[in-house]
Design a protein around this ligand. Structure first.
Ligand code: NAP
Length: 288
């Protein structure tokens, strides 16, 4: 079987091109989407992610408000910053780059962001809306995976989807989105016994763990669609996903590469969330 590689770079570019029209329509009405990106501390990976997000904003015509705070920032100070951004009408969406320093409670920070300005969809209200089947703001990586499946004409309806990884930012929201699209969903975690017996039953297999080569050839059903969310840095500095990419060629019908798969989609969907938040301020009911 030929394995078709899903090109996340090309699809993300298409989504970003479409967004430019929406940004132009907003500009014609005197509005520019504003995304505030807050980073606390000096984590090099987080800094690189934030740089990419800020650059992507510039290219899409989204104004980015980059707030860089020292590692020593108190939780109270951070909550104060968020309150000010919540109150600023030029800021439509707010993202706090995770992880935060250990002395700051993630949950308190996420809950402090106004739900309507929650760029990542991590606020408990938005999580609840997603779980009950009325998503408002969808977390960027799961939204990117669903957009990839749609672009590839992979309909989850009636199919068995196996999601490996159950984090709040990827695995859990993605499992809910797949359920809502009619899939039968299995979620695996670090305690799952005989992981390969579960993954080998998947029509759609998503790996979101953070372990190179966790998913090997014999763990994949021939013809399965495999989405590799993992991003791992190998000792030689190269990036790889959670799947044994070379070994899955000829087994998976469709496969995402790392890099160049889900990663670019995550940033594109962040821009979508920021633009949609701005559109909602003008047309509360109409925004797509
Ligand atoms: P996370 O919070 O560390 O969660 C990892 C999940 O994997 C946990 O649910 C854990 O189970 C599960 N797990 C660990 N070892 C396992 C095993 N041997 N078998 C089955 N499940 C196992 O990570 P995350 O934030 O979801 O990110 C996952 C990966 O995706 C990372 O490589 C991250 O860099 C990448 N990522 C990529 C993007 C992108 O844009 N492409 C975006 C976000 C994340 P327990 O719950 O039992 O501990």
């Amino acid at each position: 079987m030929d394995t078709h590689l899903i090109d996340g770079v090309a699809l993300a570019r298409r989504i970003r091109d479409e967004l430019r029209d929406r940004v132009a329509r907003l500009a014609a009405r005197g509005a520019q989407p504003g995304l505030a990106v807050i980073i606390v501390g000096d984590n090099p990976a987080s800094k690189a992610y934030v740089r990419n997000k800020v650059k992507a904003c510039g290219e899409a015509g989204v104004r980015s408000i980059h707030v860089e705070l020292p590692e020593s920032t108190s939780q109270e100070d951070l909550l104060g910053r968020i309150a000010a951004l919540n109150a600023d009408p030029a800021v439509h969406a707010i993202l706090v780059q995770l992880p935060l320093p250990a002395h700051i409670a993630n949950e308190a920070v996420i809950a402090a962001i106004a739900p309507a300005k929650d760029a990542d969809g991590f606020h408990p209200l938005n999580v609840g809306r997603l779980v009950v089947g009325h998503p408002h703001v969808v977390p960027c990586t799961p939204a990117g995976v669903m957009a990839m499946l749609e672009a590839e004409d992979v309909n989850p309806w009636g199919r068995h989807a196996v999601v490996v990884g159950q984090s709040n930012i990827v695995g859990k929201p993605l499992a809910h989105l797949l359920l809502q699209r009619g899939a039968t969903v299995t979620i695996c975690n670090s305690k799952t016994r005989e992981l390969g017996r579960h993954t080998a039953r998947a029509d759609i297999l998503v790996a979101a763990v953070g372990r190179p080569n966790l998913i090997t050839r014999e763990m994949v059903k021939p013809g399965a669609v495999v989405i590799d969310v993992g991003i791992n840095r190998l000792p030689d500095g190269k990036l790889c996903g959670d799947c044994d990419f070379a070994a899955l060629q000829g087994v998976a019908s469709r496969l995402t590469p790392v890099p160049g798969g889900v990663g670019p989609m995550t940033i594109a969907m962040l821009l979508v969330n920021a633009v949609r938040a701005a559109e909602r301020t003008l047309d509360p009911e109409d925004a797509p």
